[in-house]
Design a protein around this ligand. Structure first.
Ligand SMILES: NC(=O)c1ccc[n+]([C@@H]2O[C@H](COP(=O)([O-])OP(=O)(O)OC[C@H]3O[C@@H](n4cnc5c(N)ncnc54)[C@H](O)[C@@H]3O)[C@@H](O)[C@H]2O)c1
Length: 357
C-alpha cells in the first residue's frame, strides 16, 4: 500500500538520501518537515522537488502548534524522525541547541504524534508507526578487544550530542511502553556518502585536501569508527519501518571498522590517483596531515553488531568502504558547486509546500 511518510530532518544528509530513495524507488509520498538549520539544505533535494509525491514544510519540531498543523493537514501513515543537531564538536562548544532539538523536539513530536494517533480510525491506527533514528554513540565507547555493541548494551553516552540522543531514545521507548505508541528505534554507526555537510569528517578531509589545506587529525588518529554508506542506512531504515517489530531497537553497522588516520590515508591515496596534487611542495596529499590536540571526551572505538538486522530483517550492507569512499570522492569532485553553495548557505531558502497529499 502506498503510504504518506512524514520525515523530519529531510533536508539533512541522511534525510535527503532517504527522500531521494523513496521518491525514486517507490510510490510512497513524503512530507519533509525541516527547520533548515545551517545543516539543512534543499539543494540536496532538487532532483525530487517537483515530484507531486513530495512536499516540504519549513517547521521546527519544537513548535507543537505547527507540528500539529502538519499532522492534521497531511495525515501521515508513518513518521521517520531524523531531525537533530548532529555535530559533536558543536555540542561541546554550545550544548543548548542539542538539548532543545534532540530532547525537547523529540518530546514535542512524540506528544503530537500520540494525540494524532489516538484519534485515527482503527485500521489507520493499527498500521501507524513512528521510527526514531538514533546513533551508536549512545553506547559510549569500546576498548580495542571489546565485543561490538548489541541492542542489549547499556547506554553510556560521553558527549553532549550522544547524551541528548540517548535521552531522546529513552523518551521514545517510554512513549511505547507507557502509551503504547507504536515506535521503533535504530542505532546506526557513522555514515558517509554524497551530500554530507562539509564540516563532517570525510567531506572535510576531501575538501581540505583539494584546497591544499591542512588535514587536522584529533589526538593520535587511532580512534576507530565503523563506516556505513548512507544508501545502505536508508535501505535499513525502510526495512525497520516496514518490517521491524514495534517496541524493538535495531543496530545498523557497516562491517567497516577503521581508524580515523586509516580513513584519511585512504582518501589521500585515492586523491593522489584522481587529482594528482598541484600544490607547491606537495607530492602526496598525506603530506597535508597534521595532528591536533584531542577533543574532550573523544570516544576511542565504536563497533556495531548488526546481526539482528541480518537475521530478523534480512538486511546487510551492500557497499564496502574502499569502493564506497571512491564513489563518494568522485561525487565531491563532480559537485564542487554544491559544496561552495552549501558553504555560503545559498540553498537555505524558504519553500513552503502547496500540494495537498
Ligand atoms: N550522520 C551520521 O553518521 C549518523 C549516524 C547515526 C545516526 N545519525 C542520526 O541520523 C539523523 C540525521 O543525521 P544527519 O547526519 O543527516 O544530520 P544533519 O545534521 O545532516 O541533518 C539534520 C537535519 O535536521 C534539521 N533540523 C535540525 N534541528 C531541527 C528542528 N528543531 N526542527 C526541524 N528540523 C531540524 C536540519 O535542518 C537538518 O536538515 C540524526 O538524528 C542523527 O543523530 C546520524
Amino acid at each position: 500500500m502506498n503510504k504518506k511518510i512524514l520525515i523530519t530532518g529531510g533536508a539533512g544528509f541522511i534525510g535527503s538520501a532517504l527522500i531521494r530513495h523513496i521518491i525514486n524507488n517507490s510510490k510512497h509520498s513524503v512530507i519533509n518537515v525541516d527547520k533548515l538549520t545551517y545543516a539543512g539544505n534543499l539543494g540536496s533535494l532538487t532532483s525530487v522537488e517537483n515530484n507531486l509525491r513530495y512536499i516540504f514544510e519549513q517547521v521546527d519540531i519544537c513548535n507543537s502548534i505547527e507540528i500539529f498543523r502538519v499532522f492534521n493537514t497531511y495525515h501521515p501513515d508513518l513518521v521517520i524522525h531524523l531531525a537533530a543537531e548532529t555535530h559533536v564538536d558543536r555540542s561541546i562548544d554550545s550544548p543548548d541547541k542539542f538539548i532543545q532539538t534532540n530532547i525537547f523536539g523529540t518530546y514535542t513530536l512524540l506528544e503530537t504524534t500520540r494525540n494524532y494517533w489516538l484519534n485515527l480510525n482503527k485500521e489507520k491506527k493499527n498500521n501507524f508507526k513512528f521510527l526514531h533514528v538514533s546513533t551508536d554513540e549512545v553506547y559510549g565507547d569500546l576498548g580495542p578487544a571489546d565485543a561490538p555493541f548489541t541492542e542489549k548494551t547499556s547506554y553510556s553516552p560521553n558527549s553532549p550530542y550522544s547524551a541528548t540522543k540517548a535521552s531522546s531514545d529513552h523518551l521514545v521507548r517510554a512513549w511505547q511502553r507507557t502509551f503504547k505508541l507504536p515506535t521503533l528505534i535504530t542505532n546506526c554507526s557513522n555514515n558517509y556518502g554524497p551530500y554530507q555537510f562539509p564540516e563532517k569528517f570525510i567531506p572535510f578531509i576531501i575538501l581540505n585536501a583539494l584546497e591544499g589545506k591542512g588535514l587536522p587529525i584529533y589526538g593520535n588518529g587511532k580512534q576507530v569508527r565503523d563506516w556505513l554508506h548512507v544508501d545502505d542506512h536508508v535501505r535499513a531504515l525502510l526495512c525497520v519501518a516496514f518490517n521491524g517489530k514495534i517496541g524493538e531497537s535495531y543496530n545498523i553497522g557497516g562491517h567497516n571498522e577503521l581508524q580515523n588516520i586509516e580513513v584519511v590515508k585512504i582518501i589521500c591515496s585515492i586523491l593522489d590517483k584522481l587529482v594528482p596534487s598541484k600544490f607547491k611542495g606537495i607530492i602526496k596529499y598525506e603530506q597535508l596531515i597534521t595532528y591536533v590536540e584531542d577533543r574532550p571526551g573523544h570516544d576511542v572505538r565504536y563497533a556495531i553488531n548488526s546481526s539482528k538486522m541480518v537475521e530478523e530483517l534480512n538486511w546487510e550492507p551492500s557497499e564496502i568502504f574502499i569502493t564506497g569512499i571512491k564513489s563518494t570522492i568522485e561525487w565531491y569532485l563532480k559537485n564542487k558547486t554544491w559544496c561552495n553553495q552549501i558553504k555560503k548557505g545559498n540553498y537555505q531558502g524558504r519553500r513552503l509546500g502547496t500540494i495537498k497529499l
